[in-house]
Design a protein around this ligand. Structure first.
Ligand code: SPV
Ligand code: MG
Length: 296
């Protein structure tokens, strides 16, 4: 099970880098490349099932996918739990299940169920009231047993075009309700609005950013504007899609595998990821133990 040290890392390092993952392999690769934590992306996990990122997957389906990641990783795994799968009681149940599974924390957002992906052009972006979302946060906070379990409150005020003042009001209220981290999502290519939020934010808890919509903004710039946690939420999913599409397209046409133009990983790379050597060692160990029993 992963060590749940995300908040500690944030205090020590001032800035943490989190990588989106859609399955265990992408989570493991992120860990092997030095990320501080994993963002188990709802968008990514929905993509692996070829289902819309629109609240279609159930809570237990998400829990299954994220549990596999947490079992394989030593760094914390944060689960993107959309709107929390219902009201405060559903959120309390969710926190209990995810915490028991060794997952490092959850993110819930203040949209109506079923939510639609925030970056989906012309998607439905309706929000619930501040009061109703606070009730979910209070339920989440009261349900967690480990103080290190992270509750990220995500406001969609900018996604719903309600402006910076609404985002600030909601973020301040969510901090009071017990959130550990605030995530204000933004979809405009011009970062002026989200930068205005960062400038006006006077809260004490850390701010998280997903810069997919404004990719030219550097990490140093985010850091200088007070962001404490960057999440590259989508890129592993997008990369996997393009890499697999490319190789599959080529394989549909080639006469032999030698014609493939893509540089592939080796089988050994994957055996390493799987920990195949551990199987050999384990089998030798079991064989020795059985021998010692002197059976006839
Ligand atoms: C996700 O990774 O599923 C997120 C971020 O929630 S976004 O897709 O931008 O809504
Ligand atoms: Mg999501």
């Amino acid at each position: 099970m992963p060590k749940n040290d995300l908040m500690k890392k944030m205090q020590e390092k001032q800035f943490v880098k989190v990588c989106g993952a859609f399955d265990v392999m992408s989570a493991k690769l992120a860990e092997m490349n030095g990320f501080d934590a994993i963002w188990a992306s709802g968008f990514g996990i929905a993509s692996t099932r070829a289902l819309p990122d629109a609240g279609i997957l159930t809570m237990t389906e998400l829990l299954d996918a994220v549990t596999f990641m947490a079992e394989a990783c030593d760094i914390p795994v944060i689960a993107d739990c959309d709107t929390g799968y219902g009201g405060p009681s559903n959120v309390a149940h969710l926190v209990k299940k995810f915490e028991n599974a060794g997952i490092g924390g959850i993110c819930i957002e203040d949209k109506t169920f079923p939510k639609q992906n925030s970056l989906f052009k012309d998607g439905k972006q309706e929000m619930i009231s501040k009061k109703d979302f606070v009730a979910k946060l209070v339920a989440a906070k009261n349900a967690k047993k480990d103080s290190n379990f992270v509750i990220i409150a995500r406001t969609e005020a900018l996604i719903a075009d309600l402006g910076v003042e609404e985002a600030l009001d909601r973020a301040n209220t969510y901090e009071k309700a017990g959130a550990d981290i605030i995530f204000v999502h933004a979809r405009k290519k011009d970062p002026a609005e989200i930068f205005e939020f960062y400038k006006k934010w006077k809260g004490k808890i850390p701010i998280m950013s997903v810069p997919t919509a404004f990719p030219t903004v550097t990490l140093d710039e985010l850091k200088s504007r007070g962001v404490k946690m960057v999440v590259f939420a989508h890129q592993t999913t997008l990369a996997a899609f393009s890499a697999i599409s490319d190789v599959v397209k080529q394989m549909s046409k080639i006469k032999s595998l030698d014609d493939l133009e893509t540089k592939l990983a080796s089988m050994d790379d994957l055996f390493k990821l799987q920990g195949m050597h551990k199987i050999r060692d384990h089998e030798s160990f079991v064989e020795e133990e059985v021998k010692k029993m002197d059976l006839n």
